[in-house]
Design a protein around this ligand. Structure first.
Ligand SMILES: [Zn+2]
Ligand SMILES: [Zn+2]
Length: 459
């Protein structure tokens, strides 16, 4: 609030200052402009309270590229990836394609010279303008490049072939040691995030991977424990000068809606960030979405991705990644499904849903009756549009997840070399017991109980 008031006050001073000079064009001689301490030697005038300066003078003083097109009456300035476009006699101008409106005078031609609004130009390039009415001086100040903190964009640490990082290994019950479901598949320097359950973005950070580096997001399905961190991932990874500038989304129906809901709900927030400084690319533009309707194969970042429909309570897809003669499969949630064994045939790594404990607690406990409460005073009772269907409450967990016998059968049928168990039961799984169990089931590969932030390679 204090900050706003200070800004509002200085704005008011400016308005008052400009009011004194309203309504006429004053000669350049009594309007002084300095840019970073150096006097602006070209023409500067005040029209309708706006300081206009010559385009040629700006080109020299700000070391930018300036082009005037007399046919379209458009003046374009370019510097450091920022393009500002003015049209003579128009209040609307554009900064990197985004429309803004001038207050006061339009840009105009004076004796054939394009005269541009100083404040709009300075602010588009991160400068500040202070107007001193007594001396009719506009002081423009830009932060020196060497005074800015060095922002080096994070880089992907390449790996040899494929690497899998089990970012989060929990199913819906919360865990103090793991985020909800999320698995990072890396091939050389290409990153693919499969699912983004609660906490996954911080999981990536803890794994030493900047979320901004992940441009490929694949959802197995849209259960909350697989996608609630999407907003943090999408906005947090885009936000900032070295943020993500393009995003590929893959998933079942609902994937586009998830992005749309975020864009709609946060439209004012995102609009503010875009107007403030951030490019729309990576959140509103350069976002490419592929919704899956059935099994298919496509290529992303040079990696071949095949999908198969799984058997879960909603549309769910498993993903197989093939490149350089290696392969990784991530199952998503599924009960026993022969298609998973087919998709994962001879895969080097299969990351599989192993939600049911070895000894199999297969029935979800039925909850006791819970009374409906009266709203606290001044509160409105939230009403859902549709009452939940309670007809199948207490359904067997095996309707949604495979038993450990079935997990072992799918892995054995597929002949996978390394099996990584994830989406673990809240009670956890013991590595030794799991190894014994899988050996006894006839699975000959390596079986690993996935760890939070565990890194696994093919070899
Ligand atoms: Zn799940
Ligand atoms: Zn699920």
């Amino acid at each position: 609030m204090k900050h706003f008031f200070r800004k509002a006050a200085s704005f008011l001073i400016l308005i008052l200052a400009f009011t004194g000079a309203l309504g006429y064009a004053s000669a350049g001689a009594d309007t002084k402009v300095t840019i970073d301490g150096k006097p602006f030697s070209d023409s500067a005038v005040i029209i309708n309270g706006t300081v206009l300066v010559s385009m040629d003078g700006l080109e020299k003083a700000m070391e930018l590229e300036a082009v005037f097109d007399s046919q379209t009456q458009s003046a374009v300035l370019k510097k450091n990836h920022t393009a500002v476009q003015f049209i003579m006699q128009k209040l609307e101008y554009k900064v990197n394609g985004n429309s803004r409106m001038l207050k006061g005078s339009t840009p105009t031609l004076l004796s054939g010279t394009p005269m541009l609004p100083l404040r709009a130009v300075a602010e588009a390039y991160g400068g500040t303008v202070t107007w001193t009415p007594e001396t009719k001086t506009a002081v423009v100040h830009f932060q020196k490049a060497d005074a800015l903190p060095t922002l080096s964009a994070p880089k992907v640490e390449p790996v040899d072939g494929f690497q899998v990082v089990t970012i989060g290994t929990s199913g819906p019950p919360l865990s103090p040691t793991s985020t909800w479901s999320s698995t990072l598949v890396q091939y050389q320097d290409k990153l693919f995030l499969v699912d983004c359950g609660g906490g996954a973005t911080y999981g990536l950070l803890n794994a030493g991977i900047a979320p901004s580096l992940v441009k490929n997001m694949l959802f197995t399905h849209h259960h909350a424990d697989h996608d609630t961190d999407y907003f943090t991932f999408a906005i947090g990874g885009w936000n900032g000068p070295t943020g993500r500038r393009a995003l590929n989304l893959v998933g079942p129906a609902g994937t586009m809606e998830l992005h749309e809901i975020m864009m709609d709900y946060y439209k004012e927030d995102l609009q503010y960030r875009i107007q403030y400084s951030l490019p729309p690319q990576g959140i509103a533009k350069n976002v490419f979405i592929k919704e899956l309707n059935g099994p298919e194969t496509f290529t992303l970042d040079g990696v071949s991705i095949s999908t198969a429909e799984m058997t879960h309570t909603i549309d769910t897809f498993a993903y197989r990644f093939d490149a350089g003669g290696q392969s990784v499969v991530v199952s998503g949630d599924t009960t026993y499904d022969a298609d998973l064994a087919k998709l994962a045939k001879n895969a080097d790594i299969l990351v599989i849903d192993a939600h049911i404990p070895l000894t199999g607690a297969t029935v979800i406990p039925v909850m006791p009756q819970i009374p409906e409460l009266a709203a606290p005073e001044g509160f409105t009772t939230f009403k859902i549009e549709q009452e939940p269907d309670l007809s199948s409450s207490g359904a067997s967990l095996t309707r949604a997840h495979a038993t450990m016998e079935e997990v072992a059968k799918m892995a054995k049928d597929a002949g996978v070399k390394k099996l990584i168990l994830t989406h673990l039961p809240p009670s956890g799984l013991k590595q030794g017991e799991v190894e014994e169990f899988f050996k006894a089931s006839g699975f000959e590969g390596t079986v690993i109980v996935g760890k939070t932030l565990g890194k696994y390679t093919v070899k």
